[in-house]
Design a protein around this ligand. Structure first.
Ligand SMILES: [Zn+2]
Length: 337
């Protein structure tokens, strides 16, 4: 059995449609009334969107139901599915903690409540029944205030037991006016000892070279090999890894077919830039990590040797994997006995 590391998965997008639909039905949510038939709900939930912006609206929908009291339900189901169906040994869960706080509270009280969100998720993710090493990445958000984003970095730095890094999400077109602040917050996060990743170079509108020197990994980054391959030697020198999430680009309309990822992998391999294959939103897409691997193989984007090197890169670039080797290395050493 092969054990996998998943480096890019949003808490909001990780909930499989059936788990979400059952929850909405139980709560009498308006969406459940609109889609009383599960098949119709699944078709609505997983259909491709016209743009990244439209796709992100679905995240907002899920964020609204992932309140503090509902988080143990969603996180425990996420961990169970990841263990049973995906063979994950390691999982980084990312989300914006502010968007899981009580919307009726003031901004200050919501900031204070973020710590509880982190702790509830951290404790629930530690399952004796379904043991996976987990770590959290807290996402700054391109449409939240500077005060909230700074508080998210502070929180990340003060919860080392549960949090290993930060990210920025929420739509890359909104970064442009805030790039100076983002660079400053990333420098601050690094000074606190945090790891960093950012949704960058996902779409043609999301190319911000100013932030590149401050990220350990790049969320997506596919437009670097596609449009700006001249940057690849810099990435290799900084040992930065791309988190490539194949199904996302089809769902957001960024690419038309998976085969278009072939030059991404070819150019990165040639330049010595590591790629970790990830799901981004395994629930929203209804595509779990092993199927992302299989899709790339069946579309001849990569071969088995390249898949293995991406799987090992995922453990190498993990922010909190507690061992110098991936679990496969242990198994290999035992199988040779
Ligand atoms: Zn993402």
């Amino acid at each position: 059995m092969s054990l996998h590391a998943e480096l890019h998965r949003h808490l909001g997008g990780s909930i499989v449609p059936r788990i979400l639909w059952r929850f909405l039905m139980r709560k009498g949510h308006p969406l459940a009334e609109e889609y009383p038939d599960y098949q119709e709900f699944e078709a609505f939930f997983t259909r491709p969107r016209g743009s990244l912006a439209e796709y992100l609206e679905l995240h907002t929908l899920v964020e609204h139901v992932q309140t503090l009291d509902a988080l143990p339900y969603f996180v425990s189901k996420l961990i169970r599915g990841a263990y049973v169906f995906e063979n994950l040994a390691y999982l980084e869960i990312r989300y914006t903690p502010y968007l899981r706080t009580d919307r009726a509270l003031s901004e200050s009280d919501r900031i204070a409540q973020m710590r509880e969100v982190v702790q509830v998720i951290g404790k629930t993710a530690r399952s004796a029944e379904y043991p996976i090493v987990t770590s959290q990445i807290l996402c700054l958000h391109s449409r939240l205030s500077d005060r909230v984003n700074r508080a998210i970095v502070d929180l990340a730095g003060s919860e080392p037991e549960y949090v290993s890094g930060i990210d920025v999400a929420g739509g890359d077109t909104f970064y442009a006016n805030r790039m100076d602040t983002l660079v400053e917050l990333y420098k601050y996060a690094l000074a606190l000892g945090l790891k960093t990743t950012a949704h960058l170079y996902e779409t043609q509108d999301g190319c911000y070279p100013q932030l590149l020197p401050y990220v350990c990994r790049i969320g997506h980054g596919i437009q670097i090999p596609l449009l700006h391959p001249e940057l690849l030697p810099q990435l290799a020198a900084r040992r930065q890894c791309l988190e490539v999430c194949p199904t996302t680009y089809i769902k957001t309309g960024t690419l038309q077919n998976i085969a278009q990822l072939r030059p991404v992998f070819e150019r990165c391999f040639a330049a010595g830039v590591d790629i970790a294959i990830c799901t981004d939103n395994a629930g929203l897409h209804d595509v779990r990590l092993p199927f992302e691997y299989e899709n790339l193989l069946t579309h001849d984007v990569i071969d088995f040797a390249q898949l293995k090197s991406c799987q090992e890169a995922a453990f190498r670039h993990a922010f909190a994997w507690p061992h110098p080797m991936p679990p496969q290395a242990f198994l290999r050493s035992f199988s040779m006995l």
